[in-house]
Design a protein around this ligand. Structure first.
Ligand code: PBG
Length: 333
């Protein structure tokens, strides 16, 4: 055959393939999510094999391990004791609460590690919602934002580098920016959960924190988060959310979940010049782990291929529970 174009020429050897490769993964692309709890034990999480609830003293060693693997950012999630949960989630801005203590400890022991936080009421709410639920079962927007601002300021006071509002209330990025600036934290960044969908992929995470919506107080509680998280049927709306977050002062935009929403990552990449993050969420992690444990897939290959898909779609950063494993595989250790 007389063929002018033979794309296989550029696939012939491993070195040529590496020369023409468009996207690659690096440990600095990863943000490592960690669960923390009170007490001094290390707890397994049933639906997230390999992920743990860390006590504060053991957390330092794990974050040091991540740093040594090249990871430059961790995000912390608290499992709050049931007796501290209230309707207004006031524990979220307790200066001596679990998260402020964890941040202070990490910034003292490993100061260069970037510490990101999650801002939302669900781990602190007896109703399991990201905002305050009214007596007639409505998740209140503006009242919730007051709480979120207090939470963000307390996290910044403890030393957080990046504040991550995950609640999806309208106007929260602007309000948090203003609250941080008023308290002298203009250097603290906001990584906004910009396009966060009402997704069944968060199931294992809610098990890890025991934070699913539930009715304990007698009032009607919405059974899911679809009045504030985005509808999975919507794509254009993600652009509206991105424009609002950008105007309100977000420094990084995030899409969540990542894998089932690669098209949204791609759209936001073209819509904004800000860095884009993808959250490879707990359900996505659990599915890969389950298949790997059954010997149905090769874990390291599938994980690295999946993480690369986020980069190809346009993400600069990937929040992933696979972070340490993936960083190790990339470095062949
Ligand atoms: C809390 C929050 C959730 C996740 C991150 N922050 C759960 C939720 O919105 O219900 C999910 C992360 C994951 O599934 O890995 N607002």
């Amino acid at each position: 055959m007389e063929l002018t174009y033979r794309p296989r020429r550029m696939r012939r050897t491993s070195s040529v393939r590496s020369m023409v490769r468009e996207f690659s993964l690096h440990p600095e692309d990863f943000i490592y999510p960690l669960f923390v709890h009170e007490g001094n034990t290390l707890e397994e999480i049933g639906a997230m094999p390999g992920a743990k609830r860390w006590s504060l003293d053991l957390l330092v060693g794990e974050v040091q391990r991540a740093w040594n693997l090249g990871i430059r950012c961790v995000v912390l999630f608290p499992k709050v004791n049931e007796e501290l949960k209230t309707e207004d989630g006031a524990e979220s801005y307790n200066e001596s609460g679990l998260i402020p203590r964890a941040i202070t400890l990490l910034k003292r022991e490993i100061p260069e590690m970037t510490v990101m936080t999650d801002v939302a009421l669900d781990p602190y709410s007896c109703d399991g919602h990201d905002g305050i639920v009214s007596t007639d079962g409505v998740v209140l927007n503006d009242e919730t934002i007051d709480q979120l601002c207090r939470q963000a300021v307390v996290q910044a006071q403890a030393g957080a580098d990046l504040i991550g509002p995950s609640d999806m209330m309208d106007g929260r990025v602007g309000a948090i920016r203003e609250a941080l600036d008023e308290e002298g934290f203009e250097h603290v960044g906001i990584i906004s959960y910009t396009a966060k969908y009402a997704s069944a992929y968060y199931g294992p995470f809610r098990e890890a924190l025991d934070s699913a919506p539930r009715s304990t107080s007698g009032k009607p509680i919405p059974k899911d988060k679809s009045t504030y998280q985005m509808d999975p049927g919507n794509a254009r709306e993600a652009i509206t959310e991105a424009q609002l977050d950008e105007q309100e002062g977000a420094d990084i935009l995030m899409v969540k979940p990542g894998l089932a929403y690669l098209d949204i990552i791609h759209r936001l990449r073209h819509e904004s010049e800000l860095p884009i993050a993808a959250y490879n969420v707990s359900g996505e992690y659990a599915m890969v782990k389950a298949a790997a444990q059954n010997g149905w897939i090769d874990e390291s290959s599938v994980v690295l291929e999946t993480l690369l898909s986020f980069k190809r779609a346009g993400a600069d950063l990937i929040l992933t529970y696979h972070a340490c494993d993936a960083a190790g595989w990339l470095r062949n250790i």
